[in-house]
Design a binder for this molecule. Structure first.
Ligand code: 13P
Ligand code: SF4
Length: 321
């Protein structure tokens, strides 16, 4: 990666207007320097804004890639530019390292939809049925689970268990979308992503009418009727790969807003139609609070060791599939 802010602007000029750049460049210079001084790396999710994603992050990707790549980190400190459950996953996989989240309020409506006691109740209701837990959950919920999954591997994880029935928590829509792809019976919870639940099938019909030929890509956290009307559904990384592979002249990504900006940087010839919904949690992460995280070593992610040991098992079991 270039080591000065000036050299980076060329990369993002397509999505960041010149007038906005001076507001970012000072923090970018400072963060690049702090990373070197502290031997730190920044992991950023695909929903981070382009000045974070393209200008200060060392590792970017969907939840699965961030978890996998977190295991390869050699630096002493990891700053997670994403939401709290992602920082917890990085900590689970790097118990000896310092993991920082720039804003502890960066939560997730799915993670908030379920508690460890809820998982225990589901087990009581469906004895012997394994629990597959989406990574968008707290470490305490993961600790009650048999195995984790992400939107990128959910079907493979469900089928890897070799059982006729699984409990899949907490995203009801992801569970319903995966149920359509597999013979395994899926018992769902009632959590929803506050960003993706806002899309509906009527939006897709309107988009097709207003933008003839548009390819519609949807995240599997969208309601099943949205996924059914879309041309493709997949994790944030799968959507990005689809654009790189198929190079559709016109595309819409039914997901969080920054995704289109980040993918557009590499594909200036693709027209991105941009109805999108903001994730208020992802948007809590900013250049100034990443800089403060590195300057003041905050906010350090800690997990009770007894919880961590059980949660780590569920994450590692997923990564082994
Ligand atoms: P991905 O794993 O597809 O990146 O999704 C994470 C997320 O929070 C989607 O809302
Ligand atoms: Fe959670 Fe939805 Fe935000 Fe992803 S987009 S972090 S699932 S609230």
């Amino acid at each position: 990666m270039p080591t000065s802010a000036g050299a980076l602007y060329d990369k993002v000029r397509h999505v960041i207007p010149p007038i906005e750049w001076p507001a970012f460049s000072g923090d970018i210079e400072a963060i690049l320097k702090l990373k070197r001084q502290r031997n730190a790396v920044i992991l950023a999710h695909n929903y981070q804004t382009p000045e974070i994603f393209h200008c200060v992050a060392d590792i970017v990707g969907d939840s699965l890639a961030l978890a996998r790549r977190a295991m390869e980190v050699e630096a002493d400190t990891i700053v997670l530019a994403g939401v709290h459950f992602m920082a917890e996953t990085a900590k689970l996989l790097n118990p000896e390292k310092t993991v920082l989240i720039p804003d502890t309020g960066a939560g997730c409506s799915l993670a908030e939809s379920i508690t460890p006691a809820d998982v225990r109740l589901m087990r009581e209701r469906f004895p012997g049925v394994p629990v597959v837990t989406y990574v968008n959950t707290s470490a305490a919920v993961k600790a009650e689970s048999d195995i984790c999954c992400t939107s990128g591997n959910a079907r493979a994880i469900v089928e890897s268990l070799g059982v006729p029935r699984v409990i899949m928590l907490p995203d009801e829509y992801l569970a319903q979308n995966i149920a359509k792809e597999t013979d395994v019976e899926i018992i769902a919870w009632k959590g929803h992503c506050e960003v993706h639940e806002l899309f509906d099938a009527g939006d897709i019909r309107d988009l097709r009418e207003a933008h003839p030929g548009v390819m519609v890509l949807a995240h599997p956290e969208c309601p099943p009727e949205v996924v059914a009307e879309a041309d493709f559904a997949g994790s944030t990384a799968a959507m990005s790969d689809y654009v790189a592979r198929e190079k559709p002249p016109r595309v819409v990504l039914l997901t969080e807003c920054s995704m289109s900006d980040n993918v557009a940087v590499a594909h200036p010839d693709v027209e991105f139609v941009r109805p999108c919904n903001l994730c208020p949690h992802m948007k809590r992460i900013t250049l100034p609070n990443i800089r403060e995280a590195l300057e003041h070593n905050r906010h350090e992610v800690t997990i009770d060791p007894r919880v961590a040991a059980r949660a780590r098992r569920a994450v590692e079991r997923m990564l082994a599939v």
